[in-house]
Design a protein around this ligand. Structure first.
Ligand code: FAD
Ligand code: AMP
Length: 480
């Protein structure tokens, strides 16, 4: 006899495990299937995010940032450290321990909420049945009133740069280098390429980033992108735009990369090469031909605004569906779907999904960029404020960057914000809250901000939208 559930979730990443917990909280009999095996061969929940994504990358970003600060930034405070060294094995061990604590925490939460876990692979069959195959190969059939697909994504591979055991790696391999590569190539100046390139550059690698696009961070506000390019270049990152990788050759532990730019074909030799050209939805072996779930032309599971697939009672969330590949977007979709299954009217506000690049400085954005509103013909005002004029930023020696707020010229409603600078991810979150409440720039301007904080840059940028910033000269006369 097959086991019957109200909800079966396939995939236990930040989309799936959150959907499972929320479903169980709402009184639904819930199961979650996960196939991820960690280095010790143990099934772990948490998906890409906890195992090889958000968390381990941030652990390495923090270690490498501290190392660089100790090496290069302490002397201005009058602190001398002598020789600063880095123990890569200790750094990786710390990262692994953080991952272990978090994945263990998710397993505990699933259990505490009464979610039945299945360790192995799920396949969606017709009639809302799921074929479950455990790691030993034994199968059983589960039945569900609702299925939530949350199988995530995997790195893209490109034919000119096939992965090798230890020289050409993807983001997962780049979290595991056991020594600092002398020369490191990165294909792709996207979020992952810049974050992982930063980690190893801070630890001593000579980093060259090869990016096919002519524009740096082309989806980011271009004032922030320009500032970032200038700062990363100053940090030592060699960013080559309009450089499309066309081939690689691995010999004697090194890789020769061929790329094409405006001047023709060029070559570079690296000790390691990170392929960071994006990710693709993961649906291999997931769907039986007759289950009714359709893919779109790019291979994502086709869903509507509320994450319903084309098959009644089957939902899909997270990286495997359209929209930004972000852990928090996956989780919010998980909550929305669980609540909808339980009969509530939940919704994700896709206009206010923030994104953060955890370089130094961080770059964070929500809503529309100036380029977008311009292209849409919206009449808008811009308020900008530099961290160089913020006392708290000066006190901590972190004055690069600015806050930029875009507001509708007529209603003053905030349409978007970009922050490049200290704690940009946290500051941008203030803008998410403001946007969710339909706030105007004036509303933010009228709020009291603690002094001295880097948040004061948000306050001043909001005031600057209407030419009322106090700590900088406002350029144009205030509009009536
Ligand atoms: P995943 O996390 O990919 O989880 C899917 C799970 O489903 C996996 O555990 C997989 O084993 C399982 N699975 C797949 N198929 C099956 C099957 N048939 N049966 C059973 N189980 C299955 N996002 C951010 O928001 N912030 C960041 O800072 C950030 N940093 C990142 C850094 C790196 C290096 C990478 C690679 C990604 C980063 N991301 C970040 C992206 C983030 O990790 C993803 O957006 C997020 O994990 C997507 O969640 P998900 O639940 O949709 O899928
Ligand atoms: P993201 O999708 O944000 O992770 O960014 C991946 C980046 O890789 C994009 O900016 C692409 O333009 C870039 N890219 C993809 N293929 C190549 C290639 N063959 N050579 C150089 N850059 C590439």
């Amino acid at each position: 006899m097959s086991k019957k559930f109200d909800v079966v979730v396939v995939g236990g990443g930040p989309g799936g495990y959150v959907a499972a917990i929320r479903s169980a909280q709402l009184g639904l009999k819930t199961a979650c299937i996960e196939k991820w095996l960690n280095k010790e061969g143990k099934t772990v929940f948490g998906g890409t995010c906890l195992n090889v994504g958000c968390i381990p990358s941030k652990a390495l970003l923090d270690t490498s940032h501290k190392y660089e600060e100790a090496k290069e930034k302490f002397d201005v405070h009058g602190i001398s450290t002598g020789d600063v060294t880095i123990d890569i094995a200790a750094m990786l061990k710390r990262k692994d321990q953080i991952v272990k604590n978090l994945t263990g925490g998710v397993a505990t939460l699933l259990k505490a909420n009464g979610v039945t876990t299945f360790e192995g692979t799920g396949k969606v069959l017709a009639g809302k049945q799921i074929e479950f195959t455990n790691h030993a190969g034994a199968t059983e059939t589960l039945e569900a009133d609702n299925i939530i697909i949350a199988t995530g994504s995997v790195p893209f591979n490109i034919p000119p740069a096939p992965l090798t055991d230890d020289v050409i790696v993807d983001s997962t391999g780049a979290l595991e280098f056991t020594e600092v590569p002398k020369r490191l190539g990165v294909i792709g100046a996207g979020v992952i390429g810049l974050e992982l390139g930063s980690v190893w550059m801070r630890l001593g690698s000579e980093v060259v980033v090869l990016e096919a696009q002519d524009k740096f961070l082309h989806t980011v506000d271009q004032a922030a992108a320009k500032e970032a390019q200038k700062l990363f270049t100053k940090q030592g990152m060699d960013i080559r735009l309009g450089a499309r990788v066309t081939g690689t050759e691995v010999k004697k532990g090194q890789v020769t990369v061929t790329y094409q730019d405006a001047d023709g074909e060029k070559k570079e030799v690296f000790d390691k090469l990170i392929v960071a050209v994006g990710r693709r939805p993961y649906t291999e072996g997931l769907l039986s031909g007759d289950c009714g779930v359709e893919l779109d032309e790019r291979g994502f599971i086709h869903v509507d605004d509320t994450c319903r697939t084309d098959a009644p009672g089957i939902w899909a969330i997270g990286d495997v569906v359209r929209g930004p590949m972000l852990a928090h977007k996956a989780s919010e979709e998980g909550v929305m779907v669980a609540e909808r299954i339980a009969g509530h009217k939940a919704q994700v506000n896709y206009d206010a999904v923030p994104s953060v690049i955890y370089t130094h400085p961080e770059i964070a954005a929500v809503g529309k960029t100036e380029e977008q509103v311009k292209a849409e013909g919206v009449d808008y005002n811009v308020g900008m404020f530099p961290f160089a004029a913020i006392g708290r930023a000066m006190a901590s020696g972190d004055t690069d960057g600015f806050v930029k707020i875009i507001a509708d010229a007529e209603s003053d409603r905030i349409l978007g914000a970009t922050v490049i600078g200290p704690a940009a991810g946290e500051l941008c979150q203030q803008m998410v809250i403001a946007m969710e409440f339909g706030s105007s720039a004036e509303d933010i301007g009228m709020m009291v901000f603690s002094h001295p904080t880097v948040s004061e840059a948000v306050h001043e940028a909001a005031l600057a939208v209407n030419n009322a910033a106090i700590h900088k000269v406002n350029r144009k006369p205030k509009k009536k």
